[in-house]
Design a protein around this ligand. Structure first.
Ligand SMILES: NC(=O)c1ccc[n+]([C@@H]2O[C@H](COP(=O)([O-])OP(=O)(O)OC[C@H]3O[C@@H](n4cnc5c(N)ncnc54)[C@H](OP(=O)(O)O)[C@@H]3O)[C@@H](O)[C@H]2O)c1
Length: 316
């Protein structure tokens, strides 16, 4: 099968589009014929070797932690999916990923794919959708009527976070540059603050119940944003390089987000998509052979928006 792999850690030049052995599902696993995967900032860190601590991969490694596709074979004892099912999944961070024609995964990570959008586009949902969902509801227990500030709402996780918070009945204040302002507004943000021209900490007048930080900002800037959280509120932070501030005296919790694969929650997100209540934004669709160029752009700090890497077009 065709795959993109790296045989050594390094810059995007280590990625090779090449032939690899088709994987075989063991007991409890399913093999998915990949329609698409997607690019995430963490993929660059894993490829570069900076994340061998939390996410140790063996070489050669196939990147790609999100998948959409069709189940093609199942191992012994698998009953939640069958051959021919269209599925989506947030895969293991350390096993070979979905930048290939086939990927093998624990079947328990797979959920039925949405039917209302192209199967390839559905690869833009699993990991980032789950990150937003788990942060807002598992970690913060967000309730209708609460105020949430989403810093970095212009990105992939932010797009889902704004929509999910709004859907839950929260008042959503989002930060976005002019590049992403329209998308964030149409996702449902009540207020949008341009972080390129405005000091966000000065622009929010009333306290918020929940702060969700998704942007790589200075530690001091996050401490300043955390002062906007009311007593008893929550600071959520998805960027592990920045310490998550808390304030015990005021009962403000600090939670470093760590997303986990959860097929039940993913099914709920898929349900929202199919009911037209959650939009899946895709900025670009590129063929598998062009994945190294996507990594190179990210290395150069050039924003590409949400990139879906299409392996097989029109699979379903
Ligand atoms: N811990 C976990 O489990 C977990 C899970 C998923 C993601 N993450 C991490 O969470 C972060 C967000 O993920 P993502 O996929 O949404 O990344 P992303 O698509 O790169 O989004 C980040 C967004 O932040 C905005 N931004 C940049 N500088 C900013 C600033 N100074 N102030 C406010 N916003 C700023 C940018 O949008 P605009 O410039 O257009 O506003 C950018 O699109 C990444 O660092 C990712 O690695 C962690």
């Amino acid at each position: 099968m065709k795959a993109v792999r790296f045989h050594e850690h390094g810059d995007s030049g280590v990625l090779r589009y090449e032939d690899a052995e088709q994987p075989v599902p063991a007991a409890g696993e399913a093999r998915v014929r990949v329609a698409a995967t997607s690019f995430n900032p963490v993929d660059g860190g894993i490829r570069g070797g900076y994340l061998q601590g939390p996410f140790p991969v063996t070489l050669p490694h196939v990147p790609g932690i999100e998948v959409s596709g069709t189940v093609d074979a199942i191992g012994e004892g698998v009953s939640n999916v069958a051959v021919g099912d269209a599925v989506v999944g947030f895969l293991s961070m350390t096993a070979d990923g979905a930048s290939a024609e086939y990927v093998v995964t624990p079947a328990e990570f797979l959920a039925p794919a949405p039917t209302s959008i192209p199967l390839a586009d559905a690869a833009a949902l699993p990991m980032v959708g789950l990150t937003a969902y788990q942060a807002l509801f598992d970690d913060a227990g967000l309730q209708a009527g609460q105020r949430v500030l989403i810093n970095g709402a212009g990105g992939a996780v932010g797009g889902y976070a704004v929509q999910l918070a709004k859907h839950a009945g929260a008042y959503v204040i989002a930060t976005a540059s002019p590049r992403s302002e329209g998308r964030v507004r149409s996702a449902g943000a009540d207020e949008v603050i341009d972080h390129t021209t405005t000091a966000v900490a000065d622009a929010v007048i009333e306290p918020v119940d929940v702060l969700l930080n998704l942007a790589r900002i200075d530690a001091d800037a996050l401490v300043a944003l955390a002062t906007l959280v009311r007593s008893g509120g929550v600071v959520l932070n998805s960027v592990p390089m920045i310490p998550t501030p808390a304030d015990e005296a005021r009962g403000v919790r600090g939670v470093g987000i760590f997303v986990r694969s959860d097929a039940d929650q993913l099914s709920r997100l898929v349900g929202l998509v199919d009911r037209g209540e959650l939009r899946v934004d895709v900025a670009q669709r590129v063929p598998l052979a062009e994945l190294p160029a996507v990594h190179a752009k990210d290395d150069a700090g050039e924003p590409s928006g949400r990139v879906v890497v299409v392996v097989v077009e029109h699979q379903n």
